[in-house]
Design a protein around this ligand. Sequence first.
Ligand SMILES: Cc1cc2nc3c(=O)[nH]c(=O)nc-3n(C[C@H](O)[C@H](O)[C@H](O)COP(=O)(O)OP(=O)(O)OC[C@H]3O[C@@H](n4cnc5c(N)ncnc54)[C@H](O)[C@@H]3O)c2cc1C
Length: 538
Amino acid sequence: MSQSQMPTSSAAAPDNQRTNGVVSQPDNSTPPQVLREPPTGKQFLESLRDGREIYFDGKLVKDVTTHPAFATSARSYARMYDTLHDPAKRDALTFITERGARSHKFYKLPRTHQDLFEARDAIAEWARLSWGTLSRGPDYKAALVGTLAGDAEFYGEYAPNVWRWYEKITDAVMFVNLSLANPAGDRSKPPAEQRDVYMHVVKERDDGIVVRGARLVSTGAAFSNVTYLSQYVPITGLAENEEDFALAFFVPFNAPGIKFIGRHSYEHLAKKVGAPFDYPLSSRFDESDLSIVLDDVFIPWEDVIAYRNPTVVNGLFPRGFGQRFALHAATRTAVKLDFICGLLLRATEMQQRSSFRDVQVALGELIGMRHNIWALSTAMVADAQPGPGGYLLPNTGYAMQWRNSYGDMFTRARTIFQNVLSGNLIQIPSSAEDFKNPAIRPLLDRYWKGGAATAEERVKLLRVIWDMFFTEFAGRTEAHERNFAGNYEANRVETYQAAEHQGLNANFKAMAEECMSHYDLNGWTEPTWADVPWSVEE
Ligand SMILES: Cc1cc2nc3c(=O)[nH]c(=O)nc-3n(C[C@H](O)[C@H](O)[C@H](O)COP(=O)(O)OP(=O)(O)OC[C@H]3O[C@@H](n4cnc5c(N)ncnc54)[C@H](O)[C@@H]3O)c2cc1C
């Protein structure tokens, strides 16, 4: 480890936290006898009743598991936990940690391609429970803690904290949440000039640090047990003189001074104006992006992962998180595209249009997108490379290409649905209640039916499509799919930067140079072509 990668403040941690940079993994030589099972859905819901301070609609939310803006979506996450106990799914989803706990396979630090393939398949299995609409299952943050633990040495004197948190989170399949981006503020100014808004340290104490500022958005926060806060400054990273902002730490949701401010809830809206039939996705898969405010929050040293160290904070993405989260995201979005293909296939079948050429063109394009994203997910694993600590990292280039391509694909998918289904999408009765009114039910049955579907079947499907692409929930979905992995430009610039770092750009340039080295102003210089007369005479 280079000196520049060490924490910059030697006074940062108490003695019992210091390891002089020597990091040892915990001793797991004696396997424990009693298997610890992950939480059930019920236990997970209980864990959310911890006095957290979430504000919604001007009021403090007392309990997310019963509040109408969150309760139904909370059950969707609880269902994920229950499948870890399902004998039919358990083996595909879980492994036993060295400490004797059953956990999701993506938490296992991968030594082999087989480990990563199994993790990928477990991600897909869980994603199918929401047809890819929940982007942040607890397994998403296995990308984070796996990155930290696989690279623990990089965190210097905080490495023991990395390991302790990795083990704690992995063994309890804790739902961790992550927020890295700064509020909009004034993007023309560097972080150091935005102390009033950006997250930074305001005080160092013997027992920890005091942090102030806000985080832009944190998906799944209402349903998480603990949050990980750090900084991601696109393209440039934090500068060396921005140490006050160069922090990373875990913080529980009920820490004094931490407040969560919710955006509008689509689950809430669905309950106000409709039924599950009308909003089958919004009403149960609203991920609740909360913004986080830290009003002088105390973080004990044992929860600190990086302190006043821009090099370490900037290292999270390139040293593993960028690859690991992209594997999760590519797999989850591949599942979602499977679902989206199914929606269009069923909608066109219901109208007896599957044999039309224009429909098959649209279906072929959509299915091709699905192949693309699955191929990237598979290639990330098949071409995984050794990363820090010797653990395998999903392939960097394919991870970057998932970031670059999926957002535009999702938007293109919406356009395809508009083109193919056009008026179908508008001829949807106002709510399920219309089907219950005998005065109009016979009319609906007659005029709303498809060539191969009853009116109720057809409208039920169109409601899913409307919720996927056109409701308020859908607007947020598209913003998410286009931006959650970084802004549009940063994704592309960072793809270029990564290729430069890996030496790929040098290879590409060498190919161009080699082509041009075969000739000069006087003709061919490469023997293969040099002895052929330069003449058009036969
Ligand atoms: C629904 C949703 C959920 C999300 N969930 C999470 C989450 O759970 N955790 C998390 O950490 N993040 C999350 N994100 C945030 C995501 O990481 C950011 O949205 C993304 O990184 C873009 O950041 P931004 O909106 O601040 O845009 P910016 O980074 O400000 O970029 C917006 C535009 O401004 C340009 N720009 C910005 N600064 C400059 C500059 N200095 N010079 C020139 N051009 C500039 C960019 O190139 C871009 O075109 C989520 C986002 C969304 C939409």
